[in-house]
Design a protein around this ligand. Structure first.
Ligand code: FE2
Length: 257
């Protein structure tokens, strides 16, 4: 009998395989089905090693190794399925998912997720040092048992994730994957950001497009408007890797319609 993770992977591949014959309606139907199935996932379905989830107190870089552990379950040209394990009191820094869909299902512990949606014109250069107008969404706390968080190319596409009161683990389904996209030739890098305080944003104003910045945080119609500065990967953030030890995931790409 197929396991839940096997069914999940098969459905993820069928949803995200970028088949031009896949209509928007079919995509949406599969996407909702995928979310429903993902919402039933537990750590037992992944056979997560309890040692990876053990709480040793607040993260100590001199004692605990990497703040974050990455575990890949499946990847092809269209979709990545992986697990992130955050130690107690650490964060995945504010990062983007360029033109990607993402589903995040907490399977252990609690995380807080602060999301942003990019909007409007880009001020300054793209890449590190660029400044981007964004909408800041309400911070949410998500725990094992809660529904999966969703992001898509134009919505909630940038987020920062903290573990709350202990280690936390979540499964991510990302499409397309980061890295070189053989279907489009686009190299999909992950970029990191820092939210600009109004004072810092004002100090950068002379370097930005004239007239763009004065609306920051003072336009009553857009109270959640903010600015994000593209920064290098934060030096205190790194991942080690753990091997996935759950049920095997096999996809027959020639027979998955
Ligand atoms: Fe993410």
């Amino acid at each position: 009998m197929a396991t839940l993770i096997q069914n999940l992977a098969r459905l993820a591949v069928n949803t995200f395989r970028r088949d031009p014959k896949l209509t928007t309606e079919v995509f949406k139907g599969r996407y909702e089905q995928l979310c429903d199935l993902l919402n039933t996932l537990t750590p037992q379905d992944l056979n997560l090693d309890p040692r990876l989830l053990h709480d040793r107190g607040h993260y100590n870089p001199n004692r605990d190794g990497a703040p974050v552990t990455y575990m890949q379950i499946y990847e092809d040209q269209d979709v990545t399925i992986c697990v992130f394990i955050l130690k107690h009191g650490v964060r995945l820094p504010l990062h983007d998912h360029p033109d990607m869909y993402g589903l995040l299902k907490v399977v252990h512990g609690v995380v807080s997720v602060q999301s942003y949606s990019l909007g409007g014109e880009v001020a300054g250069e793209t890449g590190t040092g660029g400044v981007f107008p964004a909408t800041k969404h309400s911070k949410v706390e998500v725990r094992a048992g809660d529904e999966a968080c969703r992001l898509c190319p134009g919505d909630h596409n940038i987020h920062e994730i903290h573990s709350v009161d202990g280690p936390a683990a979540f499964l991510d389904i990302l499409s397309p994957p980061y890295g070189e996209d053989i279907r489009t030739g686009y190299d999909r890098d992950c970029h990191y950001y820092q939210e600009l305080s109004p004072s810092l944003a004002q100090s950068l104003a002379p370097h930005l497009t004239p007239g763009l910045l004065p609306n920051l945080s003072v336009n009553p119609e857009t109270p959640n408007s903010t600015w994000l500065l593209s920064i290098p990967t934060p030096s205190d953030f790194w991942c080690d890797q753990a091997e996935y030890q759950g049920p095997s995931v096999e996809i027959n790409n020639h027979n998955n319609s």
